[in-house]
Design a protein around this ligand. Structure first.
Ligand code: 59J
Length: 581
């Protein structure tokens, strides 16, 4: 048995091998035959019609402000596309095609000749449906239309840094259009068509899958406040000769951003004239040393240690303090100051002496708890977290500069968030760019008593004798802090000779704070005056006044009711208190 099988296998194996070889020979012969000897057969098979799927554009969701005012709207447009392989045989009709599309005939012809082997080419996009119909009415073979949507931004340059924009393919490339692209975009549908191999459309079977429209989005912005902030910032830049500026206004209880404007800005409706320098949302992508605007957080840290109370005093004489190789200077020589006085006179020396008493640790901790050095989570492209340094060794210089606002860097959004946290009795609420209808969870990061004390100090810094007159708002108690900071030199150590930023950061109304705002004026003309109390405070005053009124927030500082005589009823102007600018 065993011998028998052994003898037969080699024979079977030989048969199999021969069989396989024959098969290969037949296949090779068939290939050679089809490709070399009988080309016509393959050609005719290829001429068969094919069913293709053509995308149907999905409608992109509406972006609106918190009250439903449209900020980004999609309108139907038409793209004219051609099949060059078809159109190449219609040269005599090219002139009328170029004319109706308002294209240069020579350029169009050159493109068609160069790409004549293609089956698809856009000739012009974003035409109105009427313009598209005029093109199709020419009935030129190889010319087709495709329905698309085009984004239109009704508020243009006033909202562009926040809303952002889309590209020609309707995808978000900047701002909210980019961060919420998946939410807004929807899903394209499919249309079934029959085409021949030259790409000619033979038959349209209609919709195979309908497009799923994108979802709409309601932002936290209030377009009225956005316009107001934009207008007042433009006015400030004209007055001060500044290069750039930012205003951010937020609701301290909900964390919603109500206005966010930057200058220079751009019009997203003109894609062709875009200049990248104007497109930066400076409020979230630019970092700067906040200078004196962070002094309230150093004072809050001092109160938090229990070693300091508001009436405690510091001798700031003679307005300078030597630390090793450099000297801390005050602009005004003020002598003995309590904590309110230190903030009113913005004494670098005063804050430094307090910082030396309590050490860097409590100051660093408060600054960290109010969000410096951490991303705000708004999700903007290029958003910066800033820098809150944690030195391995804290020398006196590091401690002092942190306490009065240098050696750390923040964004305008972080700064307004920090003030909002103070105003919200020390409760930190996450920032939001979309409208919220439910309150968010908050975190108590500063003792409520200390936060209250600080808002009262900030009220005196603005409203007290010698306070910041230009920041005041008639009818309301407002609080805040100005700042003027030399701009750090780029690429080298130290500071630029005559380049400053003027700031104002503030809150209102003090009795029950609802709003926080930061104004930053970048490089005001030194000859015209550049202090924050001069260049930034007026913007705060005007925008805050408008916001309090538009949001129906009750005044907390009305003059006492006048006796009911006809003469007295007209005299309701609050008494003007004097003070520095
Ligand atoms: C200043 C600084 C730069 C960095 C100084 C402003 C320092 C400092 C090294 C000179 C103008 C100026 C770390 S001033 O903001 O003290 O807002 O109304 O830029 O001090 O040590 O010609 N603000 N500003 N300082 N640097 N380094 C005051 C003050 C502040 C005012 C005015 C006038 C500075 C009252 C600032 C305001 O509170």
């Amino acid at each position: 048995m065993r011998k028998f099988t052994q003898a037969r296998f080699p024979v079977r194996l030989q048969i199999v091998i021969v069989g396989l070889l024959l098969l290969v020979a037949v296949i090779v012969w068939r290939i050679v035959y089809l490709h070399v000897l009988d080309q016509d057969f393959l050609q005719s098979r290829g001429d068969k019609l094919s069913v293709r799927h053509v995308p149907i554009a999905a409608h992109r969701g509406l972006i609106a402000d918190r009250n439903g005012e449209p900020l980004a709207v999609s309108t139907p447009v038409v793209a004219i596309w051609v099949n060059p392989r078809e159109l190449i045989s219609q040269r005599e009709r090219w002139p009328e095609l170029a004319r109706v599309l308002d294209l240069d005939l020579a350029e169009m012809s050159e493109r068609l000749e160069r790409l004549s082997r293609r089956g698809f080419l856009y000739l012009k996009r974003s035409l109105t449906p009427e313009e598209g119909a005029r093109v199709l009415a020419l009935r030129i073979p190889g010319v087709y239309e495709q329905a698309e949507y085009r984004r239109f931004y009704p508020a243009g340059e006033v909202t562009s840094h926040v809303v952002g924009m889309t590209n020609i393919d309707d995808r978000g490339t900047e701002g909210v259009e980019k961060t919420f692209d998946h939410w807004l975009a929807g899903v394209p549908g499919q249309q079934r068509v029959l085409k021949n191999p030259r790409g000619q459309l033979i038959k349209d079977f209609g919709e195979a899958k309908s497009a799923k429209p994108g979802k709409s989005l309601r932002l936290s912005l209030d377009l009225r406040l956005q316009y107001l902030a934009h207008r007042e910032l433009m006015h400030a830049l004209t007055e001060t000769g500044a290069q750039a500026g930012t205003v951010v206004l937020m609701d301290v209880k909900s964390g919603e951003i109500l206005a966010m404007v930057n200058l220079p800005t751009y019009n997203p409706n003109n894609r062709r004239t875009l200049d990248p320098a104007t497109m930066r949302n400076r409020a979230v992508v630019d970092i700067f040393e906040p200078g004196s605007t962070v002094k309230p957080f150093s004072i809050a840290a001092a109160l938090g240690t229990g070693r300091w109370k508001p009436t405690d005093t510091v001798d700031t004489y003679p307005g300078s303090l030597r630390i090793g190789r450099y000297t801390i200077k005050d602009v005004s020589r003020a002598g003995v100051l309590d904590l309110t006085g230190i903030l009113m006179k913005s004494s670098n020396v005063g804050v430094t002496k307090i910082a030396f008493d309590i050490g860097h640790e409590p100051i660093h901790r408060v600054m960290q708890q109010v969000g410096f050095g951490q991303s705000t989570g708004l999700g903007f492209l290029g958003e910066q977290a800033g820098i809150l340094p944690n030195h391995r060794r804290w020398g006196q210089a590091e401690t002092a500069t942190l306490a009065y606002g240098y050696g750390l860097s923040v964004t305008a959004v972080q700064l307004v968030h920090a003030y909002a946290t103070l105003a919200n009795e020390g409760r930190r609420v996450p920032l939001s760019l979309v409208r919220l209808d439910e309150p968010q969870a908050s975190e108590q990061v500063i003792d409520p008593q200390i936060a209250r004390t600080m808002t009262n100090i900030l009220r005196d810094v603005v409203g007290g004798q010698g306070g910041i007159v230009r920041a005041r708002v008639p009818g309301y108690h407002v609080g805040g802090k100005s700042g003027t900071a030399r701009k750090a030199a780029t690429g080298s150590k130290g500071y630029q000779a005559k380049a400053y930023r003027g700031f104002f950061a503030g809150i209102a109304p003090i009795d029950n704070p609802r709003l926080a705002m930061v104004v930053m004026i970048d490089e005001p003309d030194v000859a015209k005056g550049y202090y924050g109390g001069l260049v930034a405070a007026p913007v705060f005053s005007k925008v805050m006044a408008g916001a309090l009124r538009l949001m129906n927030i009750a005044p907390d500082n009305l003059p006492p009711p006048a006796p009911a005589t006809p003469a007295a009823r007209t005299a309701v102007t609050p008494p003007a208190t004097g003070g520095r600018g």
